[in-house]
Design a protein around this ligand. Structure first.
Ligand SMILES: Nc1nc2c(ncn2[C@@H]2O[C@H](COP(=O)(O)OP(=O)(O)O)[C@@H](O)[C@H]2O)c(=O)[nH]1
Ligand SMILES: [Mg+2]
Ligand SMILES: [Zn+2]
Length: 287
């Protein structure tokens, strides 16, 4: 789907067999009857993608920020969260984390505590109650997105469609209830869609389908730590310049691990995510 400068959208086809376009691309196209043909995709400022095995799954391009929307329920995986953050860092795109459903007091406070290491590494972490958002909170939220293109990413059920409906009333993003009421049997977004939030078309949200896996096979294990700000802030003090932070003597990352004498250190959970991911990425054959 290509949007023209007058705001109308039309179906366009790629020249080749494979569709190479991604949501967010700027393209040159040519009309062919009611539809169109994509002639050229302009150079991208950035591209956010994951890589599972040999498959590259592109989410969107030319982004200003990525909102990682998680919720008190369903419980989120800190490994998935970290993977999305690493992919954002590797693509050079600013991530913002939001924890939704603060009305679910007990699971929310537990999840909020889980996010403590992420707040400590200076990620912006918002608390949201999207279902009960009043006008004041709504305009505070709008401020975060103002003038930007934001990809909304998160597991199924976290509130992505609710957010889009809130900021763009009448947008077609269907919430769980609506699709259940319609009994369509389709409870989740299955494609990536671009929504203009404002009439001037300066603020955009991109709704993406929830994901099960989030492969980072495009990242070299030796570069992994630089995409994890909590580890990276210690890595330059390691004795060896090519320290893997797994077993070397004089490793400042290992000495900075959280412990009773070092309560504000690198969280054990984050270090575990690092070492598991490092092993996973090291086990791949690279060509
Ligand atoms: N309790 C609670 N439920 C919410 C809140 N925001 C959204 N939900 C509900 O969570 C469910 C999933 O929301 P939806 O927007 O469809 O999630 P999506 O799969 O990420 O698009 C729906 O039943 C929403 O009504 C909230 O702040 N509190
Ligand atoms: Mg949805
Ligand atoms: Zn080290």
């Amino acid at each position: 789907m290509v949007e023209k400068s007058d705001g109308d959208r039309l179906i366009c086809h790629s020249r080749g067999k494979k569709s190479l376009g991604v949501v967010g691309d700027r393209v040159l196209w040519q009309a062919t009857g009611d539809e169109g043909t994509i002639e050229k995709i302009e150079a991208r400022r950035n591209l956010f993608f994951r890589q599972d095995d040999m498959r590259t799954k592109s989410f969107a391009s030319n982004l200003d920020q990525i909102l990682i929307l998680i919720a008190a329920e369903p419980a989120f995986s800190s490994s998935q969260l970290s993977r999305a953050l690493i992919a954002a860092e590797a693509a050079g795109i600013t991530p913002v984390i939001a924890l939704n459903k603060s009305d679910l007091a007990q699971p929310f406070s537990q999840a909020w505590d889980w996010l403590e290491p992420y707040r400590r590494m200076n990620y912006q972490v918002l608390r949201l109650t999207l279902r009960l958002t009043g006008e004041a909170e709504r305009s505070a939220l709008l401020n975060i997105f103002d003038g930007k293109t934001t990809l909304v990413l998160g597991p199924s059920g976290s509130g992505k469609s609710t957010l889009i409906n809130l900021l763009k009333p009448g947008a077609l993003a269907q919430t769980g209830e609506i699709s259940q009421a319609l009994n369509s049997g389709k409870h989740t977004t299955t494609r990536t869609t671009w929504y203009w939030v404002d009439d001037q078309h300066t603020t955009a949200l991109i709704d993406s389908p929830g994901f099960q896996e989030f492969g980072l096979n495009h990242i070299e294990p030796a570069k992994l730590a630089r995409y994890m700000p909590d580890l990276q802030s210690h890595a330059s003090d390691c004795k060896f310049y090519n320290c893997s932070h797994l077993h070397e003597p004089g490793c400042s990352v290992i000495s900075a691990l959280e412990s009773s004498p070092n309560p504000g250190g690198i969280s054990i959970n984050r270090y575990k995510i690092y070492s598991e991911l490092h092993a996973e990425l090291s086990g791949l054959s690279r060509y």
